[in-house]
Design a binder for this molecule. Structure first.
Ligand SMILES: Cc1ncc(COP(=O)(O)O)c(C=O)c1O
Length: 493
């Protein structure tokens, strides 16, 4: 073990006294706890670059004065009963007053903002949790992962001890570029791709590039909290544009200067609508006319159940104005913390600089594994398999809701990992439904609790229940909805 001792080699007290005094003080002020083991005289003399005899003399004095004791062949320890305690400064005012004065001297925290709940705070109370956006842990491709991990570990060499390119290793950026062509219709070079610590880091990176105090930003309404809160934390003035079943109502886009418009066109978060082709083209025209960037958050687009997926807006962009964001959080697992941005060409260089300032890049090994996972074809196979599983779960959820509640109004069925349920007028409000469900061990969520914010509050805002289904098996889904029906029967007017 090592302890921290600063000694002065120049004039002043002897080295022996400095070591004695330093250890004595650390014992008295509690940094060295009673009973804790001290370094041997040999180790401490080597650590400090002094003779062993000097340390032995200091230890002997500490033993004589009852601060430490030696157990033969075991080591030297701090005494349980100390000869004195460290003098505490006299209190001149009440503790509260002292803390208050201290705080008024402290520099204020300049950050102002709030964050979304990433982990459900009540999850331990729940037997069946319809929390949103969670892949099923049983579907994690452990076997293939282990094989690819071991192979990459054995050939990694200096890649594990040296920094790699902060924007991501080339083989991963190439694999993503190749995947995005057929999967999302995006033609991008590896140079435009920036590996990020999930979309959340991408939102911060883009905010650093495009937002300062007072910048106008368009978001959907309702909108993913993680995006709106991030933009606000950089000083953005949010201009919410309402959504309907076909995504953002682009007729309501503002005409003034706007830095960016944030959209989730594949599966609007949280309402689940798909932005129609016509609206995509209008949005692109609006961006060209106003000079705004479009930030396309494609978080769960790997899951499409009805109809063929629409090409990403980035695939239709002819004016280099779309910043595309993808993530492996939904397709493989959020624990990986890996996502990517496809940047318009004129933003590539500034984005590289910001990314380097933010975190110097990512774990080499995780990137290498995902790169091989994609290029060996495992990723495509994995997606086919979980898509099928999630489709069955979505159908089970819809059937269960219909069985217990009859005609219901749902949105977001065409893809993704959750649906939104418009509660009938006779039902309690969403917050109450959530509380009642929680009381019987079921997690069912109001928009607010499901990390969505309704910036333009309307009559729908507290009538929506969001239900994630991807991490629950069919039995759990049926049981969860049956329990919910049981508790709600008593409350329906
Ligand atoms: C709409 C939306 N965007 C982005 C994210 C965050 O993704 P990541 O884990 O890649 O940061 C989420 C997370 O649930 C989400 O719902």
């Amino acid at each position: 073990m090592q302890i921290t001792i600063n000694i002065e080699l120049m004039d002043g007290p002897s080295l022996q006294h400095q070591i004695f005094e330093s250890i004595r003080r650390q014992i008295l002020d509690g940094h060295l706890k009673t009973g804790s083991l001290l370094p041997s005289t040999r180790d401490l003399s080597q650590q400090l670059g002094v003779s062993r005899n000097t340390v032995t003399l200091a230890y002997n004095r500490l033993i004589v004065e009852d601060y430490i004791f030696t157990r033969k062949t075991v080591g030297t320890f701090v005494n349980e009963h100390l000869p004195e305690s460290f003098p505490v400064p006299e209190e001149t005012s009440s503790p509260d007053q002292a803390t208050g004065e201290l705080h008024s001297l402290r520099h204020p925290v300049l950050f102002k903002g709030k964050s979304q709940d990433v982990v459900n705070p009540n999850r331990r109370k729940l037997d069946i949790d319809f929390w949103v956006g969670r892949p099923d842990p049983h579907t994690f491709p452990t076997k293939a992962w282990r094989r690819i991990l071991l192979k990459n570990l054995s050939i990694a060499g200096s890649s594990l001890t040296e920094y790699s390119n902060p924007v991501g290793i080339l083989k991963l950026r190439q694999a993503i570029a190749e995947h995005l062509g057929p999967a999302r219709g995006i033609k991008a070079s590896a140079n435009q791709i920036i590996i990020v610590n999930g979309i959340q880091e991408g939102l911060n990176l883009v905010s650093r590039l495009l937002i300062k105090e007072g910048t106008q930003v368009v978001t959907e309404c309702p909108c993913y909290q993680g995006a709106a809160y991030t933009f606000e934390s950089y000083g953005a003035r949010i201009n919410p544009v309402p959504v309907d079943n076909a995504g953002m109502d682009v007729e309501k886009l503002p005409l003034g200067q706007t830095s960016l418009a944030y959209v989730t066109p594949s599966h609007q978060y949280p309402m689940g609508g798909t932005l129609s082709l016509e609206r995509r083209l209008r949005l692109l025209n609006w961006a060209s006319a106003t000079g705004a960037y479009i930030v396309e958050d494609d978080y769960d687009s790997d899951f499409r159940y009805n109809g063929s997926p629409l090409m990403a807006i980035a695939g239709q962009d002819r004016n280099d104005c779309v910043i595309y964001m993808g993530t492996f959080s939904k397709s493989i697992g959020a624990g990986l913390r890996l996502g990517y941005l496809v940047m318009p060409k004129d933003l590539v260089e500034p984005a590289k600089t910001v990314k380097t300032l933010m975190d110097n890049g990512h774990s080499y090994l995780d990137q290498a594994i995902i790169a091989d996972f994609i290029s060996s074809g495992f990723f495509a196979k994995h997606l086919r398999s979980i898509r099928h599983t999630y489709l069955i779960r979505r159908n089970t959820l819809v059937d269960s809701l219909q069985k217990h509640f009859g005609q219901i109004s749902l949105s977001g069925l065409d893809g993704g990992m959750h649906i939104a349920w418009y509660l009938p007028k006779s039902f309690p409000a969403a917050n109450e439904v959530q509380a009642l469900a929680e009381g019987i061990g079921v997690g069912a969520y109001s928009m607010e609790s499901a990390a969505a914010c309704h910036l333009c509050y309307n009559e729908c805002s507290d009538r929506i229940i969001v239900l994630g289904y991807s991490s629950l098996n069919e039995g759990q889904i049926r049981e969860g909805i049956a329990r919910l029906a049981g508790v709600l029967q008593l409350k329906i007017k």
